[in-house]
Design a protein. Structure first.
Length: 261
């Protein structure tokens, strides 16, 4: 495994990748979420898993709790790897962070992705439907997080893990729940939205609304699973991504799966 800096983990370093894929984790997650992706994606794609502070190899660093504070150091940390074609993928909170990072880079006159993939995330212009949880007492916060099915209930039996996990979860959900959308022109790159057929937090119609954030092609893909289809339908997800990397979308398309909500 090789890393360029604290912010990026690359498990397969390529001298001249066809493109780099920057992958952003969900709330409470880290770069290890994407540890298997280099084995399943084309060999000329370099997976760059983003590692924000407060998790895994950066456990001793305080996590960011506000998106405007996160974007400048994140953009600076990734700048050395944006010297060639790249795409972004973000799941849940990671979808929001990647979207706002690309807008931040555009405002600064920086490079833009060849494609954007957002997963398990309501588009930023739609207000949240759930009660904020980042300021709940620890046990209530954990209960709300466990409902998402991305964390094992066994964590309750490990006080030492809870002591590390709760501050990170609180900060990550604060990033999402204190976010304020500012309208800007649509992006120029193609955009694909992935969503779970059984995800109670993102409906099919909500996922389809990501189409308004691109001037280029848009694709909606509904995959089997709940909010964490990222793990349970990983093979199908990576097959879809591989196909889209070979042929980016040129217009609006949606699969024929039944609505999720």
């Amino acid at each position: 495994m090789s890393t360029d800096n604290r912010w990026v983990v690359r498990r397969r370093v390529l001298q001249a990748p066809r493109l780099r894929m920057f992958c952003f984790p969900y709330a409470g997650g880290g770069a290890s979420v994407y540890r298997d992706w280099p084995r399943w994606l084309p060999a000329d794609i370099e997976v760059c898993a983003v590692q924000p502070p407060g998790r895994e190899s950066r456990l001793a660093e305080p996590p960011y709790a506000r998106l405007p504070d996160l974007l400048p150091p994140l953009a600076d940390a990734l700048s050395g790897l944006l010297d060639g074609p790249f795409v972004t993928f973000g799941h849940s909170l990671g979808g929001l962070v990647s979207f706002e990072l690309v807008k931040y880079l555009r405002r600064a006159g920086g490079p833009q992705p060849e494609q954007m993939f957002v997963s398990g995330r309501r588009p930023p212009h739609l207000p949240g439907r759930e009660r904020p949880i980042h300021d709940l007492p620890d046990d209530d916060l954990l209960t709300a997080v466990l409902r998402l099915n991305g964390t094992s209930p066994e964590i309750r039996s490990h006080p030492e893990l809870l002591e590390l996990a709760i501050p990170l979860l609180r900060a990550d959900f604060a990033v999402s729940e204190t976010y304020h959308y500012t309208p800007e022109p649509p992006l120029e790159c193609p955009l694909t939205a992935f969503s779970g057929l059984s995800d109670p937090y993102v409906t099919r119609s909500e996922a389809a609304s990501w189409a308004s954030h691109t001037r280029s092609g848009f694709v909606l893909r509904m995959l089997p699973g709940d909010h964490f289809f990222l793990s349970t339908a990983q093979g199908q997800l990576l097959a879809e991504i591989t196909q889209l990397l070979a042929r980016p979308p040129s217009g609006y398309r949606a699969d024929a799966s039944p609505p999720a909500g």
